[in-house]
Design a protein around this ligand. Sequence first.
Ligand code: B12
Length: 482
Amino acid sequence: EVGRLFNDNQLIVAEVLQSAEVMKASVAFLEPHMEKQDSSNKKGKVLLATVKGDVHDIGKNLVEIILSNNGFEVVDLGIKVTPSDLIKQVQSEKPDIIGLSGLLVKSAQQMVLTAQDLKQQKISLPILVGGAALSRKFTNTKISPEYEGAVLYAKDAMDGLSLSNQLSNEESRVKLLDEHKKKQEAALSRASVQRSSSESATAVAVKPKSTVSTTVPVYYPHDFERHLISDYPVAQIEPFINMQMLIGHHLGLKGRISKLLEEKNEKAVHLKEVVDGLLAKAKAERWIRPSAIYQFFPAQSDGNDVIIYDPSDKTTVIERFTFPRQPKEPFLCLADYIRSVSSGEMDYVGFFSVTAGKGIRQRAVELKENGQYLESHALQALALETAEGLAEHIHQLMRDKWGFPDPTDFTMQERFSAKYQGQRYSFGYPACPDLEDQKKLFQLIRPEDIGVELTDGFMMEPEASVTAMVFAHPEARYFNVH
Ligand code: B12
């Protein structure tokens, strides 16, 4: 019933979690009165894992709560699970379904490798896959062909539940797999048509030239020191935490949160209380320990490259980034936002790395084990949005130190919409999609010193961490390259 109401948009994520809390409490109450060996209520066993190189926890944990409270036995293998570990666990746990989670595009590629390894071991159990950067198309055209059994894309946890339910019943299972096979074949043939048409499209080349101004003033940063701020007071970041993202995106409440709060909407007020309660605890018990590093560097462009110089002599090249250029007008490339080598003028860029600290995972597990599902999920979401808020805060600090502070009447809403001068770009986003550039950033500012590590999939641990490269150019904005 809860699943049906959620799909009908009558319940939100937060309420689904609360219903799971009621379910767990009720089952705990009834259990002593139930027959010991009765496993008829179990719909099947699901082995859940976040793929190799990936630290994504929040999405996987949500799936775990939803499935285990709907009659599935879930074995959570945790994060950074290698294919060989997964294979071992499949052999010993003998699950009915495998669930794979991943946050970034790199993890979607890791899912392809994982599927290949499973196939090699003659494993053909149905696999459910999910994650922010994954799509149905990628699943059907890239992962599925590498696997013997079915690979099913779940857009969210409730979708995962609906698929698992269908898989647990013989009749609906056959129907689902049959339909899926047809859809997958259609996706494969669509993909090959698209490939051949895009091949012919790239043949028409236009000489790219962007119109970004090369005469705007150069902004000179205050200093070139590496600034390390550890254990930042959470109270200072609080105003930068985006409640629209936290209560709207993560907890699922639809509409404009600020307006709903003003109107004293019951759900909005309740969720704000939950968040405020967690914030107070996070401050008092130091669950969230935000830290940041930022530094400015002399830099120039060279075609599509950005060259970084040693701040002490401004001549030794210490790093070089290569960014893609838009293939059509206005032909933007990040390198256009700074002076070129041939201009003879020195320009500057900044880098930063922020994190909400390491304590969250443990606390979230404790809350979950205690049956406080909403709090567990909200705490993880709060940590993620604290990292994002700290990124916003550090970016503002950098604009101050760079000599173009925000106007005094600048609102937080304008800040969330990036209406300030300059822009911060995080590797992995469209203008600078190459996640391997994280390695170069790590060499430049060493986020390890605030406890942030890079995994072999170029993902940061703790999960609630953000990095960015910062430009001062007044025309700098976000853009897609394709
Ligand atoms: C919020 C957010 C963040 C947060 C939190 C990330 C997180 N852990 O979720 C913060 C601010 C920390 C962040 C950081 C980064 N982010 Co970010 N982020 C997002 C954003 C806007 C939403 C993600 C989200 O909703 N998370 C909440 C969880 C609950 O959702 P979810 O993971 O999707 O899980 C649900 C479903 O996918 C599904 N599901 C997931 N797994 C499974 C498994 C199974 C079996 C099933 C059935 C279902 C299922 O069910 C879940 C619950 O419903 C997305 C864009 C988008 N709109 O999706 C970008 C996005 C994921 N981020 C992106 C990037 C690049 C980054 C950074 C690398 C940027 C940087 N350089 O700092 C870092 C990486 C952090 C790290 N640790 O390495 C890119 C990734 C693209 C790429 N190239 O790989 C995205 C796609 C944005 C974009 N359009 O480019 N990010």
